[in-house]
Design a binder for this molecule. Structure first.
Ligand code: MRU
Length: 356
């Protein structure tokens, strides 16, 4: 997708380094950062210079490429794989990508391993881009249906950033929106700010602006009243891990949006590539929910009059804060899953029909 008219993907390999767009500096500064070691990759995932389930998977895949460049040694590679998997706990794509890389690399001799790893990391990225494009094609039909009935602007609410910045390109939740816009359907996006890290305001709104798609940032608690007023035609969100029974783990606050959508008969869709399906965990209670530093709540970041990023304290100094980063929306509140293979109900049978 475009930034200032120029096409980018979110991660690429060039001159023996991995290049990423540093998302901690957006929307104020567009900075391309180089990752030179596997530790750089682990750190970029931890501090969320890269984030979003598919992109952290791709970064981990390239992290293993960097590990091989640093030290072409089996035990270093295995240690690196474990570090990468441990860098963030909730998004299943991280383990999915590392396992895929390690399976491919097992038994490959040291002369060939770098080439094989590079090709596999690129394949993971290319495949994610294709999956996200297909999610767009499939999800477009839902937006078209609403537009054909309504004959007026389609209002879509989204939470967090499940846009192209969270993937390699296109995004998951945003891909149907980009397709609808390209087709000339008038769309408008209600962008949940998504406290505490403001991925909606800082990233989703930013990327929609760059593609000239109408959007309005709202505080996280505003979606309910907009749905009561009939100003939301559908919700589309992303996911970090969807269980085979259709339960959806995504950014904190997704569950409350799904409850409000259910109460107001607003369709609530989740867009995901198959790399985000967890076929193993059966009970949502077993999903590891990341708890991040409470400083993300107690402090806010923005730019000062010199366009420099500053962080300020907004809470009473004595107050405690708790920062759970994800929640789980039970399948019964999910109208459908938009995947690269089609749209299905959020259930084991639905997913099995498409993927097994
Ligand atoms: O903590 P983040 O910013 O990595 O959380 C991202 C989300 O919750 C996204 O909605 C999810 O990863 C889907 S991205 C296509």
């Amino acid at each position: 997708m475009r930034i200032e008219g120029k096409e980018y993907r979110t991660i690429w390999f060039e001159n023996n380094v991995v290049k990423i767009i540093d998302q901690t500096k957006l929307p104020h500064h567009f900075i391309i950062k180089e990752l030179k070691t596997v530790n750089d990759a682990v750190n970029a995932i931890k501090v969320m210079e890269v984030r979003g389930a598919p992109l952290i998977g791709a970064t981990a895949a390239y992290g293993l490429v960097l590990a091989i460049i640093e030290k072409n040694d089996k035990s270093f590679l295995e240690k690196s794989a474990n570090h990468l998997i441990a860098s963030r706990p909730t998004a299943i794509n991280l383990k999915w990508a590392v396992d895929r890389m390690m399976n491919k690399l097992s038994g490959i001799n040291s002369n060939q391993i770098l080439n094989v790893a590079l090709n596999k990391a690129k394949e993971i990225c290319d495949e994610d881009e294709k999956f996200c494009e297909n999610i767009g094609v499939n999800g477009l039909k839902l937006i078209e249906n609403i537009y054909n009935k309504k004959k007026d602007r389609v209002n879509i609410l989204t939470h967090c950033n499940a846009g192209w910045l969270a993937t390699i390109n296109w995004g998951t939740a945003t891909s149907p929106i980009y397709y609808a816009h390209k087709k000339g359907i008038p769309v408008h996006v209600w962008v949940d700010e998504t406290r505490p890290r403001n991925q909606g305001a800082n990233l989703t709104s930013y990327e929609l602006n760059e593609e000239e798609i109408s959007n309005t940032i709202i505080a996280d608690n505003t979606g309910g009243i907009l749905m009561q007023r009939g100003e939301v035609d559908m919700c589309i969100v992303g996911t970090d891990r969807t269980l085979s029974n259709g339960d959806v783990c995504n950014k904190i606050g997704t569950y409350l949006k799904a409850l409000a959508a259910h109460d107001n008969n607003v369709p609530f869709y989740v867009a995901l590539p198959s790399s985000t399906i967890d076929w193993d965990i059966k009970d949502a209670k077993d999903i590891p929910i990341e708890e991040r530093n409470s400083e993300e709540l107690s402090h806010v970041e923005g730019v000062d009059e010199n366009n420099e990023i500053k962080k300020v304290l907004i809470y009473p100094t004595k107050s405690k804060a708790m920062n759970l980063a994800f929640d789980v929306t039970p399948a019964k509140y999910v109208t459908g899953l938009i995947t690269e293979r089609g749209i299905t109900e959020a259930s084991f049978d639905g997913l099995k029909k498409l993927f097994k």
